[in-house]
Design a protein around this ligand. Structure first.
Ligand SMILES: Cc1cc2nc3c(=O)[nH]c(=O)nc-3n(C[C@H](O)[C@H](O)[C@H](O)COP(=O)(O)O)c2cc1C
Length: 435
């Protein structure tokens, strides 16, 4: 079959409708027709579909922030407006249609449409009553009659609210056909790739599966009290974000954290040592026979795991104020050591294991931990040094390999430390593949 959009650039504007989950399918259909696709998202749309997914599927930098420049410094909505062969807004919300009808350029999608000479195709999706409202209908009429936009009318069917009515996003094939018809035989507007939106290179962890644990575990003392630690989860979250941005599929197992969890990664919550152990074993150990799960390429154990818990388990009821209490603590199991043992000797296992040694004067203890647990890398940081470590946005670390090679990084933002650690992980994975 000939590709009807070969050589074309289609800018896909996505707005905050539940139907935004269909946008990856629209991207695939446009690409199957030979188009290059760039995604522009309203802030609301980013709540429904991840910019990372769209960046990965389109191979282009996603623009979701009107006041942010593209990675190469150009103004995203102007580049999109000037180089698109068509702008497709799918799904289009009632809010977006109203803003557009009135020329309000408060998001990248309206701004690009206002600035373009390309045909604009609009595929609304919303609740049936919203679609039927006189305001929506008059706004849609204005887009068609005053601006010449092509409308791909929503369809009758079951809506997200559970009711039936007109408001479902049109079928992907109908939308793609409308884009092709809108372009017709017009010449390609911007054949020069350098003037089109920038592409993103595949990251050095593309195709890798990486598990990161982050935060501090907590152990119950009684029905309301816990033993916890001061880990904020920042370093683990920075690692998960950096691995994601370098193309990896990331599973973030998060205990107690004091910063927001990232998007674009699979999040598993595990608050206690036992819950963390269960989550880690599910993610890292070979599945039961017959289950097809891709192996994990690396596990980065940043979580601060409680070393102790209340011996004999927590009190069933809230301990009363005023009583003098003695807490007897017993040691918790060594989770990373246990996983390392079950995965087998370093030379034979397929998952790289990266430990963290967070103690004062970390380095001698880190070497000992690296060897006793048979890890591939250990990251040693002195959590007692002022300005780095727990709760701080910065860190300084020594990254020590099983081969003895040491990288020193920081004091620097935790994202910089994360990328230095991932540089070592990526190099080890590459050298392993070449063995
Ligand atoms: C779960 C959920 C689903 C929604 N789906 C739609 C929808 O399909 N169509 C619509 O017009 N608005 C929908 N909304 C409301 C929009 O998200 C809201 O009007 C938002 O301001 C749209 O912003 P935007 O047009 O700038 O993307 C939905 C809201 C929620 C919470």
């Amino acid at each position: 079959m000939s590709q009807r959009l070969a050589g074309r650039l289609i800018v896909l504007g996505i707005t905050g409708s539940i139907a935004a989950y269909k946008s990856p399918e629209i991207v695939r259909a446009l690409r199957a027709e030979g188009a290059e696709v760039q995604a522009l998202l309203t802030p609301a749309a980013t709540r429904f579909v991840s910019p990372l997914t769209l960046r990965t599927l389109t191979g282009h930098a996603v623009d979701a922030d009107l006041l942010d420049l593209l990675p190469d410094g150009r103004i995203g909505h102007i580049v999109a407006a000037d180089s698109a062969d068509a702008i497709l807004v799918a799904p289009a919300t009632a809010q977006w249609i109203g803003a557009m009808a009135n020329g309000l350029s408060g998001d990248v999608v309206t701004a690009a449409c206002l600035a373009t000479a390309a045909p604009v195709v609009v595929a609304p999706a919303m609740d049936g009553d919203m679609w039927g409202h006189a305001a929506t209908q008059s706004n849609v009429a204005r887009l068609q009659e005053a601006f010449g936009y092509v409308l791909v009318a929503p369809e009758q069917g079951l809506l997200a609210s559970g009711s039936t009515g007109i408001g479902r996003l049109a079928d992907t094939t109908t939308i793609v056909d409308a884009v092709i018809a809108a372009i017709g035989v017009a010449p390609v507007r911007e054949p020069n790739a350098e003037r089109r939106p920038p592409t993103v290179p595949a990251g050095d962890l593309s195709g890798r599966r990486i598990v990161v644990s982050a935060g501090g575990t907590e152990e119950s003392i009684d029905a309301v009290r816990i033993l916890a630690n001061r880990s904020s989860g920042r370093q683990g979250i920075a690692l998960a974000e950096a691995a994601r941005d370098r193309g990896a599929e990331v599973i973030l197992i998060a205990a107690r954290v004091s910063v927001p969890l990232p998007d674009g990664v699979t999040i598993v919550r595990a608050m206690s040592v036992d819950a963390l152990n269960t989550a880690l074993r599910a993610a890292l150990l070979p599945p039961p026979l017959g289950a097809a799960v891709a192996p994990v390429d690396a596990y980065l154990a940043t979580a601060a795991v409680s070393d102790f818990r209340v011996a004999g388990g927590p009190a069933a009821e809230k301990l009363r104020r005023g009583d003098e209490i003695t807490l007897r603590l017993s040691p918790t199991p060594d989770l990373l050591g246990g996983i390392a043992h079950e995965l087998g000797a370093r030379a034979r296992r397929s998952t790289l294991l990266v430990g963290f040694s967070a103690e004062a004067s970390a380095t001698p203890r880190a070497h000992e931990k690296l060897q006793s647990k048979d890890l591939d890398l250990i990251v040693a940081n002195d959590v007692t040094a002022p300005g780095i470590g727990f709760e701080s946005p910065e860190n300084a670390a020594e990254i020590i390999g099983a081969d003895g090679a040491v990288t020193r990084v920081g004091p620097a933002p935790k994202r910089v430390v994360a990328d230095a650690i991932l540089d070592r992980v990526a190099a080890l994975l590459t050298s392993r593949a070449g063995e």
